[in-house]
Design a protein around this ligand. Structure first.
Ligand code: OOB
Length: 553
């Protein structure tokens, strides 16, 4: 199948408008980096634990890797899956793909064979970029296993920690990027192979509300607009030093404005390996980080840690962006006084729409709302269950359309029928209200997912897995509130044979064989005699949740 098969683009009328209004400027994502190199050749572009690269050095490595990918048989519109930790190689690999027109799926380090195998098959990926091991998980072993069973997968690009000999199946990523010093014929690659701006640049992953994760195609035009306007709204500049502590493949740190928004202005990106407070706060001090993005659970940890260890000099930090999950106003009001920086709330989604509070909004707006849409071309509707707009100030489901919001998930026609209205509005599944300042307040959601510290888990996906366990008669997955993570995955099970009970531990070890991301594992188990049903016979999750909450109080 061709890459374009299964891509739902914008109707021509909208596309023409977005072009004529200058939202889509016809540039590729690689071109943004090339322009920055021309303006800021010697400025530091990327810093990680081992390496510092200027824009000139970065571009040289990107060009060289693009050339080598080409020599290895990768062609425009081929696809790869990238699962790399936050390191300079991720940035080089991503831009090399963008330059060639090879389209990456941006997987997260937590994903396992279940998810990665699905991505590979869904886009027919030819390559997979992984670390050899990370946090004691054998990614290389997973890659080799996947290569055995995914017919399209031909090349494993492996970040070699030097701990083990690389298998003959694997291509050493550092060697591929660094070895030799050949001069790349940049002109040839650009003219012959560069993608056009209306093509898919990369795939992001949806939080997902269905049995399988959904892929979100982002074009060069739309994603460029995403980080360009974000960086204006967030006042990024050549002086920005952006700290990446969330996984770099996630939309928030990647392009809101994130890594791409910093690099296009000539700022410096610092790749942090983890958001663990003592490491992260030291790195802020050491590198003079001016802005970074975290989820509320991490913000809370940083505040707690800093309050009891005020030894870090955080004077460089101007803005802490917080998003991905609901931030309690009590926590929000503490950010400024404790860390001495401004807070910016970000309510975004990999599907597109981004809302930011402004840096000079009144304190109440910053702490109690999730901001306003980034672009004047974002269209917003807040509707009731029948799809009718609710009166101003009342709550309802958020629908949206715009120049960087998808018109369809990739190769998912059935799901798209439900996720979009006939006239192309994306049903976000978020329940919001617009306050008198025009800012959105997120109140809840209609979609059936668990938001565990910003990581989205589809209840249906986990329920499908529970049904693969032999003694499970009925199963439902709901979220339960948690002081640290915000929400936890709770599995509620009716057993077939009540004499053979299940414990949380035995359930979790059953999950090992599914090879799924660890953050999706149930953290609570409730055994019940029956599940409450609605009058149409569906599991009544609202009742189930309130029953569980009242019985635990
Ligand atoms: C971000 O993106 P995703 O795709 O992982 O998750 C999107 C969903 C939203 O639909 C909403 O349910 C929730 O995450 N969410 C928030 C929120 N930000 C996202 N819920 C409450 N308050 C917020 N501030 O999470 C994402 C993408 C780009 C920038 C920031 C976050």
């Amino acid at each position: 199948m061709k890459l374009q098969d299964g891509f739902v683009g914008w109707p021509e009328l909208f596309a023409a408008k977005y072009r004529s209004e200058g939202c889509w400027n016809g540039g590729t994502l690689y071109a943004y980096l090339r322009d920055s190199q021309a303006r800021f050749p010697d400025t530091t572009a990327i810093v990680d634990d081992t390496v510092r690269l200027s824009y000139t050095e970065l571009l040289k490595l990107v060009d060289r890797l693009a050339q080598r990918l080409y020599e290895k048989g990768f062609r425009p519109q081929d696809t790869v899956v990238i699962q790399l930790p936050n390191c300079w190689e991720l940035v080089v690999f991503l831009f090399a793909c963008l330059r060639l027109g090879v389209v990456p799926v941006m997987a997260l380090p937590g994903h396992r064979a279940f998810e990665i195998g699905y991505f590979i098959n869904h886009v027919e990926a030819k390559g997979l970029a992984i670390p050899d091991t990370l946090r004691s998980f054998d990614h290389l072993g997973m890659g080799i296993e996947l290569k055995g069973r995914c017919p399209t997968l031909s090349t494993l690009f492996v970040l070699n920690s030097g701990q083990s000999e690389l298998d003959s199946e694997a291509t050493d990523l550092d060697q591929l990027i660094l070895a030799g010093d050949d001069i790349v014929d940049r002109q040839k690659l650009t003219i012959d192979l560069g993608p056009s701006s209306n093509e898919i640049a990369l795939f992001l992953l949806s939080g997902g509300t269905t049995g399988v994760p959904k892929l979100i195609p982002r074009t060069h035009d739309d994603y460029g607009y995403n980080f360009r306007i974000s960086s204006q709204r967030c006042r990024f500049s050549a002086n920005t030093v952006y700290g990446t502590f969330l996984p770099a493949s996630h939309n928030f740190p990647l392009a809101c404005p994130g890594i791409l928004g910093t690099l296009h202005l000539g700022g410096t990106v610092v790749m942090g390996l983890s958001p663990e407070p003592s490491y992260a706060l030291s790195l802020i001090e050491k590198e003079g980080i001016t802005v970074t993005a975290v989820v509320p659970a991490i913000a809370q940890k940083w505040l707690e840690h800093f309050s009891s260890n005020p030894k870090y000099d955080l004077s460089s930090l101007q803005v802490l962006q917080v998003g991905g999950a609901r931030m309690a106003p009590e926590l929000a009001f503490k950010v400024g006084p404790v860390l001495g920086c401004k807070l910016q709330q970000v309510f975004g989604m990999a599907e597109g729409l981004l809302n930011y509070t402004d840096l000079d909004d009144p304190e109440e707006t910053i702490c109690e709302t999730q901001g306003r849409p980034m672009s004047p071309f974002d269209e917003i509707r807040i509707v009731d269950e029948q799809g009718a707009e609710v009166p101003e100030g009342e709550m309802g489901q958020l629908l949206t359309r715009g120049p960087y919001t998808l018109r369809g998930y990739y190769r998912a026609p059935e799901h798209n029928q439900k996720a979009f209205t006939d006239d192309g509005w994306y049903r976000t599944g978020d329940v919001v209200r617009r306050d008198s300042s025009g800012s959105l307040v997120v109140l809840g959601r209609t979609k059936d997912l668990i938001n565990r510290a910003g990581e989205k888990i589809s209840a249906e996906e986990i329920e499908n897995l529970l049904y693969r366990i032999s003694n499970v008669e009925h199963a439902a997955v709901v979220s339960l509130p948690d002081a640290q993570k915000g929400e936890l995955v709770c599995a509620v099970i009716v057993l077939k044979d009540k004499s053979k009970s299940i414990t949380l531990d035995s359930l979790r070890s059953e999950f090992d064989r599914f090879e799924i991301a660890g953050y999706k594992y149930p953290e609570r188990l409730e055994l019940v005699d029956e599940l409450p049903l609605t009058n149409v016979g569906k599991i009544d999750k609202a009742k189930l949740k309130s029953d569980l909450l009242s019985s635990s109080n």
